[in-house]
Write a protein that binds this ligand. Structure first.
Ligand code: SF4
Ligand code: SF4
Length: 437
């Protein structure tokens, strides 16, 4: 018998999609039965209370968590999101309901051995409820009490060799697409650099030293499977500099219908016979492709590496061999001054261990933003306030046409004094000698 009646939530158990309500009920039932005789360190019926408080919120149309919450582990300034229920008498199981962020592995590859260990720990010292994963990437342990935080942290670090993720005004947990582990489009090893930079900047991740939060994300190519361009202050997007590789025989295979376009992604509907002219050549954003006499040609000088042709004919077209990545800066959600996506900062840079050149740029950006950024001002907002020019100067990058989508149309142009002959110090009397009032 459930502890709280949940008539509204019960409706979410029907339908084909995996129901979080059914899953929570299953966990609640398992804790009630406790087949493994776990000595639960937080309320045995906390999952019942999650369902109860959520039902109340469904009824009221309002949240029942109190404002904020500041908890954590010694040595770190972040990693745990404190949270307290505003109806602790009604729902004692979630009076404390803190969330812990656990730094996930690159590409989110796991062994069951590791996950089982994590589950054992979390069942013992937490609610048993998780989020796999948070939007930034972390494994999220949802719901435990303050006294359990150090216990869990000790266990994670001493027995699992596993650290917390980031929260607060610091470097948050970096994340990546699966990259070369199982994608033919990967232009660099996203997991390797994500891991290396996460390790390199552990201090910046665990102890907030920034004006505001800062995120890294690593995409192996412009398809952007981890959405770095929209969801990280510095996005790393793989690309190449030389020619797209064309396998003419495989092109013929597509034209002849032997290979399905887009690897069969549109097979759920009849789109007619593959038409290379209509579906590839005619859709190329720069119009740099040609299909003549059964041969496909690409004028690579005009190719913007949008991925379209490669995405449509993955067996025939391949990324080039001279690979690296582009760095874009400033993406953020709307608050305060409007949403931003990353703006191109470094058109091309090699992504080779130990990534010294890339680190130099990251650290130059940080030096500028840490000094100049206002309290709770994202990098993207500092770029707006002080100008992209300042970012280029701070990172010692020369302005190039690729830095803009279009040049400015207003003439409010600033010059540096040293660029102007004679400088700014002028005497009005000198002017009056030639121009009477
Ligand atoms: S971003 Fe590109 S390289 Fe990474 S998984 Fe997606 S398609 Fe593959
Ligand atoms: S990658 Fe994009 S721009 Fe380049 S040739 Fe293919 S479709 Fe055209």
């Amino acid at each position: 018998m459930a502890k709280h009646a949940t008539p509204l939530l019960d409706q979410l158990e029907s339908g084909p999609w995996p129901s979080f309500v059914s899953d929570l009920k299953q966990e609640a039932a398992s804790r009630a039965k406790n087949p493994n005789n776990v000595e639960f360190q937080v309320n045995q019926d906390c999952v019942e209370d999650i369902l109860g408080v959520l039902e109340l919120s469904y009824k009221h149309g309002r949240t029942h968590w109190k404002h904020g919450g500041i908890v954590g582990v010694f040595g770190y300034g972040g990693g745990v999101i404190g949270r307290y229920c505003d109806q602790p008498e009604m729902f004692p199981g979630v009076a404390h309901f803190h969330t812990m962020r656990i730094n996930q592995p690159g590409g989110k590859y796991y062994t069951t051995e590791f996950l089982k260990k994590l589950c054992d720990l979390w069942e013992f010292r937490g609610s048993g409820v998780t989020n796999m994963h948070g939007s930034t990437g972390d494994i999220i342990f949802i719901g435990t009490s303050t006294p359990q935080l150090e216990e869990i942290f000790y266990e994670l670090t001493h027995n699992f060799n596993q650290d917390l993720g980031g929260s607060g005004s610091n470097l948050r947990t970096p994340s990546d697409c699966v990259g070369s582990s199982r994608c033919e489009y990967a232009c660099y090893d996203t997991q390797a650099i994500c891991y290396a930079l996460t390790q390199e900047y552990q201090d910046e991740l665990h102890r907030p030293a920034f004006p505001y939060k800062f995120k890294f994300k690593f995409d192996g190519c412009p398809n952007c499977c981890v959405a770095s361009i929209a969801r990280s202050d510095l996005s790393f997007v793989g690309t190449w500099k030389d020619d797209i590789k064309i396998d003419q025989e495989a092109v013929a295979g597509y034209v002849g219908g032997e290979f399905a376009p887009n690897a069969g992604a549109h097979s759920g509907r009849d789109w007619g016979k593959f038409d290379i002219q209509k579906e590839v050549v005619g859709l190329c954003p720069t119009g740099c492709m040609k299909y003549e006499d059964g041969k496909l040609a690409i004028n690579n000088k005009e190719c913007t590496r949008c991925m379209h042709c490669i995405n449509v004919m993955p067996r025939a077209l391949h990324i080039g061999d001279d690979r690296g990545l582009s760095m874009l800066a400033g993406a953020k959600a709307p608050i305060l001054d409007g949403a931003q996506m990353g703006s191109l900062l470094v058109p091309f840079i090699k992504a080779e261990e130990p990534y010294d050149e890339i680190k130099e740029i990251i650290e130059a950006v940080w030096d500028w933003w840490m000094e100049e950024g206002k309290n709770r001002e994202r990098l993207g907002e500092l770029i707006k306030r002080q100008g992209f020019q300042k970012l280029l100067e701070a990172t010692n990058i020369k302005p190039v046409p690729q830095h803009v989508q279009e040049p400015r149309h207003n003439p409010y142009i600033f010059w540096k004094e040293e660029e102007v002959e004679g400088g700014w110090q002028r005497d009005i009397n000198e002017f009056r000698k030639y121009h009477q009032r």
